[in-house]
Design a protein around this ligand. Structure first.
Ligand SMILES: NC(=O)c1ccc[n+]([C@@H]2O[C@H](COP(=O)([O-])OP(=O)(O)OC[C@H]3O[C@@H](n4cnc5c(N)ncnc54)[C@H](O)[C@@H]3O)[C@@H](O)[C@H]2O)c1
Length: 362
């Protein structure tokens, strides 16, 4: 155990579905002597009671002031509804706290930029909970793509669907697609240039619960992402089609989450182009790399603490939070305009105040 003053003291704000996972993982890091998981905040009495039951060693309060004005607290994790992220992250940064904000970072480009500016001004870490960037599977895929094992990636398809949880403060685009967009940016090491999106609001008027999103990366790769709260099965599956190989990542599979298919099609050469020689299809081996077994949220929490202690820039920093929000904002325009193609550089994207739902009272 390190000396008390050597530890990074953490407060978690928001103890609904996801917040308790942050608390549990921060507590698990205490054994390393680098973290003190001190306090939790939630205005909902039932949620406070649950945290007191689960973790009696933690101070639990009903308002952020208890944590933001506590000089012992170095860092806060915000696991509150999306519409509160900007205000709470801004307050925390102004109070001198390092901040890990759940995805999406905020609901407009201007808000993301303001948080990035505040973090820089106060020399504080600002990180976004793009959890999948901390999974063994996504890191393996990123490594394979970076070393060219798939060839040039032409196409990505992502399916992230299940029944519920129907949220009232965001549509399914802002709720689930941050994961797909962050994974695809990370793996391809590229920014989308254009998007199209279409969707339906079936259960709650005005809040899309099924969205199909296309991300175009210039003249090169494209990605199709389907996110839905209205589906009989929980599916988290991504396919990466490269010029040399193809890869399927099934995040809910118990084993062989990644399978690499030595499959493809070779075009006949120009000499053969009179149709005498058909396309040559390759059906080779299927390989499944072994993946390290760890909880991604623990890896993400540990990275946040490392960045604070070592003065490092997080992998999912404010800029990457902004890039994801830029793609969401462009997609939001397309979604509300019959799926028209929207460039991320279109000035109208700057005006989007997103989340796809009526203003949420927190
Ligand atoms: N990274 C992931 O894989 C992942 C998974 C689930 C949720 N999330 C994100 O986590 C965040 C929370 O999601 P959730 O599913 O836990 O939602 P939730 O509605 O279950 O919980 C949110 C909690 O925040 C509390 N809250 C609201 N306003 C507050 C305030 N001003 N101060 C303190 N607490 C406040 C609410 O009382 C509630 O208990 C969202 O941004 C969501 O996108 C991320």
């Amino acid at each position: 155990m390190g000396r008390e003053e050597d530890r990074t003291t953490v407060g978690v704000v928001g103890c609904g579905y996801w917040g308790p996972n942050h608390i549990r993982n921060m507590l698990s890091l205490e054994a390393s002597g680098t973290v003190h998981m001190k306090a939790a905040v939630d205005p909902d009495p039932a949620r406070r009671l649950r945290i007191r039951d689960l973790y009696p060693q933690i101070e639990v309060s009903d308002g952020v002031a208890a944590v933001f004005s506590d000089p012992d607290v170095d860092a806060v994790v915000l696991s509150t509804p999306t519409g509160t992220h900007f205000r709470l992250a801004g307050e925390a940064l102004r109070a001198g706290k390092h901040v890990l904000v759940e995805k999406p970072l905020a609901t407009s480009i201007a808000h993301c930029e303001e948080l990035i500016r505040l973090a820089a001004e106060h020399e504080l870490v600002l990180m976004v909970g793009h959890t999948f960037e901390y999974t063994a599977a996504v890191n393996t895929i990123q490594g394979l793509v970076a070393e060219g094992a798939l060839g040039e990636v032409l196409y990505v398809r992502s399916l992230r669907v299940n029944l519920g949880l129907h949220r009232r403060d965001v549509n399914v685009l802002w709720d689930l697609a941050p994961h797909d967009i962050s994974i695809i940016r990370f793996v391809l090491d590229a920014e989308p240039t254009h998007v199209t999106a279409s969707g339906n609001a079936n259960v709650t008027a005005g809040i899309e619960d099924i969205v199909s999103l296309n991300l175009h990366f210039g003249e090169k790769a494209m990605a199709n992402v389907i996110v839905s709260w209205l589906d009989p099965r929980k599916v988290r599956e991504m396919t990466f089609v490269g010029t040399r190989k193809m890869l399927v990542y099934d995040d809910v599979a118990a084993a062989e989450k990644i399978r690499i298919f030595d499959k493809g099609v070779d075009r006949p050469s120009e000499y053969d182009s009179f149709g005498e020689f058909p396309f040559a299809y390759r059906y080779g081996d299927i390989l499944s790399p072994k993946l390290d077994d760890y909880e991604p949220l623990r890896e993400q929490s540990s990275h946040f603490i490392d960045c604070i202690r070592l003065g490092k820039r997080p992998r999912s920093d404010g800029e990457s939070g902004l890039a994801v929000v830029r793609a969401l904002a462009a997609a939001q325009i397309s979604l509300r305009n019959d799926g028209r193609k929207v460039a991320l550089a279109d000035p109208a994207v700057l005006d989007v105040e997103g989340s796809g739902a009526p203003p949420f009272a927190d």
